[in-house]
Design a protein around this ligand. Sequence first.
Ligand code: 13P
Ligand code: SF4
Length: 311
Amino acid sequence: MLQKELIKKINELKTEKKAVILAHYYQVSEIQDIADYVGDSLQLSQQAAATNAEIIVFAGVHFMAETAKILSPDKKVLLPDLEAGCSLADSAPKDKFSEFVAKYPDHKVISYINCTADVKALSDVIVTSSNAMKIVESFPKDQLLIFGPDKNLGAYINGKTGRNMLLWDGACEVHETISTERIIDLKLKNPDAILVAHPECKAPVLIMADFVGSTAAMLNFTHSSPAKKFIVATETGIIHQMQKLSPEKEFLVVPSDETCSCNDCPYMKLNTLEKLYLCMLNETPEISLSPDLMDKARKPIVKMLELSKNI
Ligand code: 13P
Ligand code: SF4
């Protein structure tokens, strides 16, 4: 089917089935353009909790669709490709994470939203890259804390807040490969460019960055900054919105190291317009979780939403 025809059919299904399409900034441009809402992890969770739609079609990865299901258990939540996982979520298997937290009963557990529902159920509060600093700071200074699964974001927050959270040894395969050497090359060739980075990047990248923030925060920054050129250290999908919001500015993607020339998330990019259409037509693949697991995982997510009201 031609792209134009697919877009028409998706729009028809949206109305017919009272569906809402939520898309993450790392989705391919054509999916971002057809979505009802494009956002970062926090914004998409807020939308999933607030929507009146009967079906939530989540153009993102599995943990995001799972979070939507947990927040709207009575709605049908569809994910165009069930294989769209997340290397960071996979780095914290339930059993191992559970053994780890059991060793530290005096610690509160703060988990980054990029984790499975099972890991969420073991957590006291969930955070995203846009509210993590504020939520960590909401705990008393003497409260012992565990932060998982992203060690890069955890170490970044430890450095900024002076906390000493115990870190789970997990990372995102896409952000881990963003190369400092390539950033330096780009900086030398473009001395006027400002470096923006996602906090899932490794420490040397974050130290070099002029601005560190979630996808939405980077987007706002590049739009409001007077600078005209940016080096963007995150997944490539965000460039679409940056360019749309600031057409007169230039955005340079940081290539990864020599062994890998792209920093596209292989999971995010599994979703295509065609799979989106088919999943809306057939109402599958659908996210399904046990009511007990959803009840346990919902508490720390709701706590995060309450603590994020003014973000
Ligand atoms: P954001 O919450 O910043 O959108 O990040 C999501 C993500 O998966 C980053 O890799
Ligand atoms: Fe997971 Fe990394 Fe992909 Fe984000 S970019 S969904 S953290 S693998």
